[in-house]
Design a binder for this molecule. Structure first.
Ligand code: HEM
Length: 427
């Protein structure tokens, strides 16, 4: 194998497969060889240049003039013509949204739409997240066991996402199917048969988003981000177009929901596996924000993101041709010992934890990061208070949806002795 410049590809680079179970289980570990010996390599299986060290990943995120995010939501696995035809039947027309848009359009839109993410605006959502978390914990606290993903962590971030956007909550079941389909459609490796089903769900998701938007237009007076965007459209019709709003509705649900659900499941798994740290945050809730940050560093929910080079350039001393596609593996960067001391261990007192790249970096850095942090802190506050004695069910097999971007276990089984519930001993 050779790379696009005709140079031979090493055997490790040739073998790299981001859909393999081992990579899903621990992407940073699987790429250790690369961080050590070949920090920028061409993957012939993917057709991407893979970047794995902290400074290089950050440099690519930082330079949005040379490294465009235009391919961030491109299908990593091209569809068959039959699957494409299904998308066409649904009039699927996802256009650029903030995350994959070049300047100057991106910054203009980001500025026009930032208001809903201000700290004051985010505060409005806090009581709802607290109430929902308590209600969900109430449902299982006296049961002695739960699958935290299916009984809490999937639905609450979805409800919060819908609330944040201003979308009614009645279609939650359908949205679960749709968002998984969107992940597989964009970042997965579906078989030709699966592609037909995925295309149908993605097409339905698109039409659902359109219908919700139409309805919202009748009365866009609410506090949701989409309602705000509809009102802004009246002032800035060229910046916030109809096609943009439709795409934003669909992309917004995905951006706000699965990311946060997976990040919390990853964090809880990590903390429950590290009993000393778990006990510490149970005893002192003021440590929770820094525990959340360290968990985001160690096990974020977006393990890699994409860019495309707009000119001949260089990353970490390796030349990348114009048009070269890059897979920038932020989960590997977050475990780079050149930047983080003893990166594989959890240290909630680590002084540079917040410099992780789990939310990206630079002009496209995640707009929703503080909403996600707030949700994660509340989940941990409530669980450490009400179920400090909870433990992971031993020897469970954590399963991940094979894809190059989103990572979180499909289930997280925990158990506890109900007679030791603090509310029984100290109601
Ligand atoms: C962009 C991660 C939660 C909205 C991004 C990017 C990443 C990311 C990696 C791309 C950054 C880049 O290209 O530099 C995450 C993670 C989350 C999370 C790990 C949860 C733990 C959320 C939430 C929302 C949200 C809750 C919305 C309420 C967005 C938006 C962008 C974005 C709008 C595009 C920003 C732009 O391009 O200007 N996120 N995200 N995210 N995220 Fe998040």
């Amino acid at each position: 194998f050779t790379d696009p410049k005709g140079c031979p590809v090493s055997s490790d680079a040739e073998a790299f497969d981001p859909f393999a179970a081992s990579y899903q289980a621990d992407p940073a570990e699987v790429l250790r060889w690369s961080r050590d010996d070949e920090p920028v390599f061409f993957s012939p299986k993917l057709g991407y240049w893979v970047v794995t060290r902290y400074e290089d990943v950050k440099a690519v995120f930082r330079d949005n003039r040379v490294f465009s995010p235009a391919n961030a939501l491109e299908k990593i696995t091209p569809f068959s013509s039959e699957a494409d035809a299904i998308l066409k039947q649904h009039n699927y027309g996802m256009a650029r949204t903030l995350v994959n848009e070049d300047e100057p359009a991106h910054l203009e839109r980001r500025r026009a739409l930032m208001f809903s993410f201000s700290p004051e605006e985010l505060l409005h959502h806090e009581p709802m997240v607290r109430r929902l978390t308590r209600e969900y914990v109430d449902r299982f606290v006296n049961k002695g066991s739960a699958d935290l993903v299916n009984e809490m962590l999937w639905e609450i971030p979805l409800t919060v996402a819908l609330h944040f956007l201003g979308v009614p909550e009645e279609d939650m079941g359908k949205l679960r199917e749709y968002s998984i389909a969107h992940t597989v459609n964009t970042w997965g490796r579906p078989t030709p048969d699966q592609q037909l089903k995925v295309a149908d769900s993605v097409g339905k998701f698109w039409n659902y988003a359109g219908k919700v938007l139409e309805k919202m237009r009748e009365d866009p007076s609410g506090n949701g981000w989409m309602e705000y965007a509809i009102r802004r459209q009246k002032e800035l019709p060229e910046v916030i177009t109809d096609s943009y709003l439709h795409s934003m509705m669909m992309a917004g649900i995905v951006a706000a929901h699965e990311t946060t659900a997976h990040a919390t499941a990853n964090a809880l798994r990590l903390l429950l596996e590290d009993k000393m740290t778990w006990d510490r945050i149970c005893q002192d809730a003021s440590l929770i924000p820094q525990a959340v940050e360290e968990c985001l560093r160690h096990s974020g929910s977006i393990v890699a993101w994409r860019r495309v080079a707009l000119e001949d350039t260089e990353v970490g001393g390796v030349s990348i041709p114009k048009g070269g596609k890059l897979l920038i593996v932020n989960s590997s960067a977050n475990h780079d010992e050149r930047y983080f001391e003893d990166p594989d261990s959890i240290d909630i007192f680590r002084d540079n934890a917040s410099e992780h790249l789990s939310f990206g970096y630079g002009s496209h850095q995640c707009l929703g990061k503080n909403l996600a942090r707030m949700e994660m802190c509340i989940f941990l506050e409530e669980l450490t208070k009400r179920l400090p004695h909870m433990q992971l069910v031993p020897d469970q097999d954590f399963k991940y949806l094979p894809n190059i971007a989103f990572r979180g276990p499909e289930n997280l089984f925990v158990e506890w002795d109900v007679s030791l519930n603090p509310e029984k001993t100290n109601p």
